[in-house]
Ligand binder design. Structure first.
Ligand SMILES: Nc1nc2c(c(=O)[nH]1)N[C@H]1C(S)=C(S)[C@@H](COP(=O)(O)OP(=O)(O)OC[C@H]3O[C@@H](n4cnc5c(=O)[nH]c(N)nc54)[C@H](O)[C@@H]3O)O[C@H]1N2
Ligand SMILES: Nc1nc2c(c(=O)[nH]1)N[C@H]1C(S)=C(S)[C@@H](COP(=O)(O)OP(=O)(O)OC[C@H]3O[C@@H](n4cnc5c(=O)[nH]c(N)nc54)[C@H](O)[C@@H]3O)O[C@H]1N2
Ligand code: SF4
Ligand SMILES: [Mo]
Length: 777
């Protein structure tokens, strides 16, 4: 028997795990790692079942090739050769790529998705980000100059937290990396702080709060505008950070009186006013909003308002307020100002954001003939048939592709359309480093997990799979060596650092620095370089390490800034890296480190991770706006406020559908693990008992939307407000080899969501607040 340590890759909480294995290398136990300074032993049921997930007999162990309706196992060489033929037959601009959520958690996604995208030579780039947090990237980009400059609530120090559209007791948090989020909320209350939760359902998080506010789905933007209006009207603003556009914000919110907003969002005007006063009066306060406020019609406006209110109350960038993390691999900030809508989708003219197009238009782009019609598709770690709006239409569209290759451990509702499936190794065989999520952490922290088990001979790591796809796509052939790609990227990264005026390695020889790097794989070498050049690193920590030179990045380049956004997309244009902060260098001493700064070797010596301290103020250095100040009133957002104003008088009527998450489930892909799906059916439609009585609904109902209809199992509960029904997504398992999931199939909530409606600024899907009708089954 032996013990190993690694980070849990399953959700954004980045818990440290202690894993026990027997002599045959079978996982016998998974528990929280008590010595991890950030998660301190916390674990949830998903993490605890990681061994079962890893040893799931339905996981693919070798590539599959589909010929007609028949699947057969193939060697890696044959599979890559088929991919080469499939991609070669389709010109670059007609190749699409979709990156799913787990690619935000894997090192492969962080290090190799960007080179893969660039080598495809296409604008047909999609990810789960446009079914998730794209509105936050757009508002952050426009306000702070970079889409990953996203403030997080300073959970451990705040006195008052207003949380909207998030349910961390089930999700364990999102765009707010905080292991044991539930414990941190309890600690907030215990130290006398106040927690207010805004949600159309009285969730487990709401039950723990001091106050729960029911809000009509899709209308948080009104609630927040009403709060901002009150802050101005009652002269409660106290802006302490450099901003432009304060007067414009005041003007924009002028019409949004608490009374007008109350009518639109269903929260009484007195309550809106009181929330504003409380946020301003608390010694420190933070507003935090997540998925329920993003995947809606006014998603970008709501995300913008969150940061505007934090700035107005004087809580942006101060302890106890909303702050910016400083991750260990943070690269230099870029010099180009943020822009969205630089190009538009071919069929529906929807705007690009972060270099991607909205997943809501993926089916259009596959179905509609034309020069850049998607004829070949690569999916990595995604299941859009169950996760994208109108997934049923996508299901049909995918079956028409000339060629599809999926990198995924499962044959599922999406990958069943592939011609080749390339399975990544087991979690225990994979490396782990959280490039993306440490950028949204409530404490600065770093941890590297080498593989617990050696890779089976002949089996490529996921990084090597993606690197080989990138090399095939760029015409280097199926047998090109992935190590060459890593060396190219390393060379570019080191050259950039040594060429940058003011960099601590300015003028040094890139080859000399390359010789100093350690690591047993290309991924480790690249991590080592990023750590050393990062803000706590031996080569970057003490000195300002200035601006990146402008210009278009070369194909295949990732650079120290080639890290991923929350859903793993690093930006087609290579500019979605984390921001750097040239003015506020962090002394390694500050971080509780002794001796030299961070490097891979330092992380390997610290298998439980390294605490880099509480968040510290970072303004104005973290900003990359052209003005050098926070743009409180970006023009594209002000223009969209007109749409919000027009909808003010809109009469709410009829039922609307929202989603929800459950602690023991994870989007679409953990339903094949028996201990997680056992017990009662969780894919139920929650309905208020009074609504059910009025409609004469008992056990089952038929629910219809503009796009589809489903027969659903009802769950009567007064925790959901009247006029609202809730169905979790990620279910509706059909036609795959996952035997446990097939027995717990459920229905696909995204058969009901409408791909024709998006949040116009971000192109994000509208998954909450979908109009539906109900009738007895
Ligand atoms: N109605 C509704 N729809 C939603 C949402 C909602 O709230 N309501 N939420 C949206 C959100 S927030 C998201 S993020 C999306 C998620 O959308 P997707 O990312 O498209 O879907 P997932 O279910 O997360 O699919 C993950 C896939 O990755 C595979 N996988 C797991 N681990 C690995 C790995 O290490 N490597 C690789 N290569 N593959 C792996 C799994 O087998 C699975 O096929 O869904 C969105 N859809
Ligand atoms: N156990 C588990 N953990 C997960 C996941 C999972 O599937 N299962 N998925 C992961 C992913 S990909 C993500 S993005 C995160 C998401 O993390 P969270 O944002 O915390 O997601 P949810 O738990 O879905 O909570 C969203 C809440 O928004 C509410 N809501 C719906 N519509 C509205 C609205 O219009 N306004 C307001 N104010 N509230 C609304 C819903 O009732 C729900 O309680 O979770 C991650 N963690
Ligand atoms: S909370 Fe998230 S990271 Fe922690 S054990 Fe559970 S799934 Fe893993
Ligand atoms: Mo997500």
């Amino acid at each position: 028997m032996r013990t190993a340590h690694r980070t849990c890759p399953l959700c954004e909480a980045v818990c440290g795990l202690t894993i026990t294995l027997d002599d045959d290398d079978r996982v016998t136990g998974v528990r929280g790692d008590d010595a991890d300074p950030f998660s301190k032993g916390f674990i949830c049921p998903k993490g605890a079942s990681l061994g079962r997930l890893d040893e799931d007999p339905d996981r693919l162990r070798e590539p599959l090739i589909r010929e007609g309706g028949e699947w057969r196992k193939a060697s890696w060489e044959e599979a890559f050769a088929v991919v080469e033929r499939g991609l070669a037959a389709v010109p670059g601009p007609a190749r699409g790529v979709y990156l799913g959520n787990p690619s935000a958690h894997t090192m492969a996604g962080a290090l190799y998705a960007a080179p893969l995208i660039r080598s495809l030579g296409t604008r047909q780039i999609y990810s789960a980000s446009t079914a998730d947090q794209m509105p936050k990237h757009v508002s952050a980009g426009l306000m702070f100059g970079h889409p990953l400059t996203i403030p997080v609530p300073d959970l451990d120090r705040t006195d008052y937290l207003l949380m909207l559209g998030a349910n961390p007791l089930e999700s364990n948090g999102s765009l707010c990396t905080a292991p044991d989020f539930p414990g941190r909320l309890k600690a907030l209350r215990k130290r006398g702080g106040r927690l207010v939760v805004v949600d159309p359902r009285r969730t487990r998080t709401a039950a723990l709060a001091d106050e729960h506010v029911f809000v009509r789905p899709g209308t948080d933007a009104y609630l927040l505008m009403g709060i901002a209006h009150t802050l101005f009207a009652e002269k409660l603003t106290n802006v302490r950070v450099p901003v432009n556009g304060l007067a414009e914000v005041e003007e924009a919110v002028a019409d949004f009186t608490p009374e007008a907003c109350a009518a639109a969002c269903g929260v009484p005007s007195e309550q809106i006013v009181r929330l504003a006063r409380e946020l301003a009066a608390a010694p420190t306060s933070a507003v935090y909003a997540r998925i329920g406020t993003c995947t809606v019609e006014f998603g970008t406006i709501a995300q913008w308002m969150v940061d505007v209110i934090n700035a107005l109350t004087g809580n942006l960038d101060r302890p106890g307020g909303a702050m910016f993390a400083r991750p260990a691999t943070e690269g230099p900030r870029r010099s180009k100002p943020y822009a969205r809508g630089r190009w538009h989708s071919r069929v529906r003219d929807l705007p690009e954001a972060n270099g991607e197009l909205p997943v809501a238009t993926l089916a259009d782009e596959i179905e509609t003939p034309g020069d850049e019609q998607i004829r070949a598709l690569i999916t990595v770690a995604g299941n859009p048939v169950l996760s994208a709006p109108n997934g049923s239409r996508l299901d049909q569209a995918l079956s028409r592709l000339e060629f599809m290759v999926s990198v995924d451990p499962y044959l599922n509702e999406t990958t069943k359309h592939a011609h080749v499936i390339l399975p990544p190794p087991r979690v225990m065989e994979a490396v782990h480093y959280d490039f993306a999520l440490t950028g949204f952490a409530v404490r600065d922290y770093t941890r590297y997990s080498p593989p617990v088990l050696a890779l089976e001979p002949g089996r490529p790591s996921e990084g090597a799979i993606l690197a080989r796809l990138a090399m095939i796509a760029s015409g280097q052939g199926a047998s090109a060596d992935p190590a060459a790609l890593d060396e190219l990227i390393l060379d570019q990264m080191l050259r950039k650092a040594t060429d940058t005026p003011g960099s601590p390695v300015e003028g040094r020889d890139p080859a000399e620095l390359r010789a100093l790097l350690t690591g047993s794989t290309g991924a480790e070498l690249r991590l080592d370089a990023m750590l050393r050049l990062g803000p706590y690193g031996a080569w970057g920590g003490r000195q300002p390490y200035g601006e990146q030179a402008g210009g278009e990045p070369a194909a295949g380049e990732a650079g120290p800034d080639g890290t991923a956004s929350s859903n793993g997309h690093a930006g087609a244009d290579g500019d979605a890296g984390l921001t750097g902060d040239p003015s506020l260098a962090n002394l390694p001493g500050d971080a509780g480190l002794t001796g030299d700064g961070l490097s891979l070797a330092r992380l390997l010596e610290s298998p439980h991770g390294i605490d880099l301290g509480p968040l510290k103020p970072r303004l104005p250095g973290i900003l990359s706006t052209a003005s050098g100040a926070i743009e409180l009133a970006p023009e594209p957002i002000l223009a969209d406020v007109v749409r919000l104003r027009e909808a003010l008088g809109r009469q709410a009527g009829g039922f609307v559908l929202i989603g929800r998450r459950h602690l023991r489930s994870n989007n679409s892909w953990m339903h094949n693990v028996a201990p997680l799906v056992g017990g009662t059916n969780r894919c139920t439609l929650q309905i208020n008992p009074r609504d059910a009585a009025e409609l004469g609904l008992a056990e089952q109902a038929v629910i219809r939307s503009a796009t589809g209809e489903l027969t659903v199992q009802l769950e009567h509960t007064d925790t959901i407000m009247r006029g609202v029904v809730s169905l979790p997504h990620g279910w509706g398992h059909a036609g795959t080899s996952q035997l446990v999931a097939a027995k717990n199939a459920g229905v696909n909530a995204n058969a009901l969501t409408d791909e024709s409606i998006v949040d116009p600024l971000s192109g994000n899907a509208v998954l909450n607040g979908v109009p539906v009708t109900l009738s007895p089954a």
